[in-house]
Design a protein around this ligand. Sequence first.
Ligand code: ABN
Length: 172
Amino acid sequence: MRFFDRWFQDKTRSVARHTSRRSFLRKAGVLLVGAGAVPLLPVARANTGPDDSSISGPEGEPGKCEYWRNCGMDGFLCTCCGGSHTSCPPGTEMAPMTWVGTCKNPADGRDYIIAYNDCCGKSTCNRCMCNRNEGDLPNYFPSKSNDINWCMGSSNNVYHCTTTILLGLAVS
Ligand code: ABN
């Protein structure tokens, strides 16, 4: 035990002899700034799908019915209603329940699963009505039917518009 006490004492004294307070603070500062920069470094993030900017024409424009993610749409595009294709307009909330469809992305020719989440809480937007219905099934398959007011499951069941959230690659 005495040996360890002595050894630690010597080491501590040696570190104290060779390290100034200023140098310690400088190193601690570098460490803190470096640790803060780590989240900014480029890392592989969640798959948000291929880049739409490479798609030319209306198939690449979220405000058009021809936009590739709108293949199963039956509703008003939130992009035209003060929101975007992935976010609800201010003053509305996204319905927690939705139906999902599968759309082919013209950029890479692959099929992606799209969730058509309705935004609720304001009167119907009435702009950019799209009714494409690809993959739509009758209402007795609710998870595959777009002709349902999905706001019925949220705190305010008034339908405003619909978003197109990419959930991931469809594998068959
Ligand atoms: N899912 C869009 C929608 C909302 C209300 C009524 C029919 C369809």
